[in-house]
Design a protein around this ligand. Structure first.
Ligand SMILES: O=C[C@H](O)COP(=O)(O)O
Length: 272
């Protein structure tokens, strides 16, 4: 199936044209000023963004202003995390969603597995991730909410159980209308930064179960419009095969988003 056929089928699901594939670039804790200037230059000189793609870059917090001011205007900027608090105040080191919105940002990533793990400290629970998602949506942000199983959970046959349990926590905090601002990023932990990308079939199977869950628990329209993106060692070479699957609506890219390969990934959704 060609990419244009995939796009035609995508639209045939009743999806409005403005529901583009979402390509997110998560820079994680990377980016000296010199490196950042280089990546911004690559993106700015990377040619037209395909009609089918919406591109969002998530630099680390200290670079949000620089990237927002220097990146081409047709690429959005996202935070990588936001706070539980609904209000600004005495929360040292936190990024309240209302302040991100006030700063002119429209996106945030919530519940990345690296934050769920906790970097040696207490990680973010399903409940924390769900509350952050709701707080961010209420602040007017679009949220890429991450879910995904660890290798041992996959090997124990618990992938669907784990992912849907994480999703259920998020769904339990959201009103039906909130779903228009939510993207679900399926990121199997075993595929993140390992070079072991999920096969299109493995990713499609989980994405399909996520959409079915949202259809049952929230509604058919919300499920059809929901963007479910895949993350985990996506490269320019693997993106074309993944994007052809009917329930893969884009990518959340880590390592490759720091290189010119990200432009190749963006082009993977372009109709020939
Ligand atoms: O948020 C991005 C994901 O963690 C994927 O990272 P990766 O592409 O380096 O595997």
């Amino acid at each position: 199936m060609s990419t244009s056929k995939a796009w035609a089928e995508y639209l045939a699901r009743g999806v409005p044209p403005q529901k583009r594939y979402l390509i997110g670039g998560n820079w994680k804790a990377n980016g000296t000023l010199a490196q950042t200037a280089g990546i911004v230059k690559i993106l700015n000189q990377g040619g037209a963004i395909p009609l089918e793609a919406e591109v969002v870059i998530a630099p680390p917090a200290h670079l949000l202003g620089y990237v927002k001011d220097n990146l081409r205007p047709d690429v959005a900027v996202s935070a990588q995390n936001s706070a539980l608090t609904t209000k600004p105040g005495a929360f040292t080191g936190e990024l309240p969603a209302v302040l991100l919105k006030d700063f002119g940002l429209n996106w945030v990533i919530v519940g990345h597995s690296e934050r769920r793990e906790g970097f040696g400290g207490p990680g973010e629970t399903d409940d924390v991730v769900a509350t952050k998602t709701k707080v961010a949506v209420d602040a007017g942000l679009h949220v890429m909410a991450c879910v995904g199983e660890k290798l041992e959970q996959r090997e124990a046959g618990k992938t669907t159980e784990v992912v849907l349990s994480q999703l259920n926590a998020i769904a339990s905090k959201l009103a039906r209308e909130d779903w228009s601002k939510v993207v679900i990023a399926y990121e199997p932990v075993w595929a993140i930064g390992t070079g072991k990308v999920a096969t299109p079939e493995q990713a499609q199977e989980v994405h399909e179960s996520i959409r079915a869950f949202v259809k049952e628990k929230v509604g058919a329209q919300q499920a059809a419009l929901l963007r479910i993106i895949y993350g985990g060692s996506v490269k320019g070479s693997s993106a074309p095969g993944l994007i052809l699957k009917p329930d893969i609506d884009g990518f959340l890219v880590g390592g490759a988003s720091l290189t010119s390969d990200f432009v190749t990934i963006i082009r993977a959704v372009k109709s020939p």
